[in-house]
Design a binder for this molecule. Structure first.
Ligand code: ZN
Length: 478
């Protein structure tokens, strides 16, 4: 409390009287890029505590002065789509320039307990949505228990194939409300994984989100543009804010059409956004509904397009059957480079990695998403400008989320008063190193990463035993 008062005093003094005598950290002579204001110039940045306090063409003095000449000084990257939420994955994310990791697609179960478990133990900022599939399964489990039905275990996949009763529906909304009050960032509705939910159940959740003025994050049902039309219709008629995750794998060959739908919807005033990751393959659990009968037709692939993460092997009809029974993560090579190119080029898409839980051969998006956009799509292929790319990974997710999370108005910006979440990289060498054959590797070219004014990566090396990550709470947090 005293520290914040001091910061306000100094900032008031700063604006009133000019430079602070000495900053904690000065980033000297870097190419400062701020997508919101368009600033792109060589400047010195003064950091005090967890805040950016000055950006100046004149020299600044600091307890620690880091020369970042010829490097880009960018707001830290905000990833709205992460499944790997432990420090094991956060270390890879930090080396990819990510300072805020959010599990918005699937959400986190019992979020209050989770937030408590992460406090002061996390490398980067963290948050999550309320998990709809978990909430509905909890209510159905309670019903099963009350009827002495022992077949249905807590969290069973069977619940994903069952509809809720009216009583369970109300209980689900009450539980989602409790999760919002525990700090959840909107509601995760990965409906593609629980086909048992009826259109009415999903519509009720959209209506609830609209009433609570919060946001829906959705992995839509199977069906490409048709499924996306369903989600847009639900949002448009309820007034719920909607974010469609990984548009690339949801749309496949219909991505041209779905990009137009969302862009036109925005022009019509609909509160809809979307994101994608820069890879031609997806990843998910082989035992999930994604691989229910008809998957080859739906996805336009066959066994050999599936890669088993545990070993890296491609599947056959036999191994598909045995591994699906066993359960586990698979990489599915379903997309074409030109689909990704058109998605990245579009001004309406943000970047979301869909990063997976750690395993040696996990999908490379877990470690290389941001460096890949900046190295391959900006520098090598010139698909988009550096500033446009940074916009997709900083201010766009920040502005999208600040309507449901006040702290996001201080994120995604390299401006005075913003949180000192900063990513410093070499635009001439930045590149992803993780790939489908060799698995996860730290990206290269990302020199320094600060989270709330604390270095978590310095000169390309991990700084151990620092946990400056702060919780990103939703506005309903009590
Ligand atoms: Zn998904």
């Amino acid at each position: 409390m005293k520290k914040i008062l001091l910061l306000i005093l100094v900032s008031t003094c700063l604006t009133a009287v000019g430079q602070v005598a000495e900053y904690d950290i000065v980033l000297k002579n870097g190419r400062v890029m701020d997508p919101e204001t368009g600033l792109d110039a060589v400047r010195n940045v003064g950091i005090l505590g967890n805040r950016i306090m000055e950006i100046s063409a004149s020299p600044l003095s600091g307890k620690e002065v880091i020369d970042v000449s010829n490097l880009v000084v960018s707001p830290g990257f905000i990833d709205p789509h992460v499944h790997g939420m432990t420090n094991k994955e956060h270390e890879y994310q930090a080396h990819d320039g990510v300072t805020t990791a959010l599990e918005l697609e699937g959400g986190i179960e019992d979020i209050g307990t989770w937030f408590a478990s992460q406090r002061n133990k996390t490398i980067i900022n963290y948050g999550a949505s309320a998990c709809h599939p978990w909430a509905r399964a909890e209510l159905m489990y309670e019903t099963a228990q009350s009827k002495g039905n022992k077949d249905l275990e807590r969290g069973s996949n069977k619940f994903n194939y069952l509809p809720v009763s009216p009583k369970e529906m109300q209980g689900t909304l009450d539980l989602l409300d409790k999760e919002l009050k525990s700090g959840a960032l909107g509601i995760g509705v990965p409906i593609g994984y629980y086909p048992g939910a009826t259109r009415e159940e999903v519509y009720n959740v959209y209506e609830f989100a609209a009433a609570r003025k919060t946001m829906i994050f959705t992995h839509v049902r199977e069906g490409k543009a048709l499924a996306i039309q369903q989600a847009i219709a639900d949002a448009a008629t309820t007034g719920a804010a909607l974010h469609i995750v990984h548009l690339n794998s949801m749309s496949l060959d219909e991505i041209g059409l779905t990009l137009r739908m969302i862009a036109n919807g925005q022009k019509q005033g609909l509160d809809i956004t979307t994101e994608l990751y820069p890879y031609t393959a997806g990843s998910t659990s082989l035992e999930s509904a994604i691989f229910d009968d008809g998957w080859q037709q739906r996805l336009g692939i066959t066994y050999n397009d599936l890669q088993w993460v545990e070993t890296g092997e491609r599947l056959t009809a036999e191994t598909f059957a045995s591994y699906r029974k066993k359960g586990g993560i698979v990489i599915l090579h379903t997309m074409r480079p030109e689909w990704i190119e058109s998605g990245i080029k579009s001004p309406i898409t943000m970047i979301g990695s869909d990063g997976m839980p750690y395993s040696r051969l996990a999908h490379p998006r877990t470690a290389g998403t941001y460096a890949r956009v900046l190295g391959v799509y900006v520098r090598e292929r010139k698909t988009l400008s550096l500033m446009d790319a940074l916009r997709k990974m900083t201010i766009m997710p920040a502005q999208r989320l600040e309507t449901i999370s006040p702290i996001m108005s201080r994120k995604g910006r390299l401006q005075v008063g913003a949180d000192a979440d900063i990513t410093i990289f070499d635009p001439n060498t930045i590149i992803d190193k993780a790939n489908f054959e060799d698995g996860l590797k730290f990206s290269e070219g990302i020199q320094h990463v600060l989270v709330n004014g604390v270095f978590v990566v310095k000169s390309g090396k991990t700084i151990g035993n620092v946990f400056p990550g702060q919780p990103i709470y939703g506005k309903h947090k009590q």
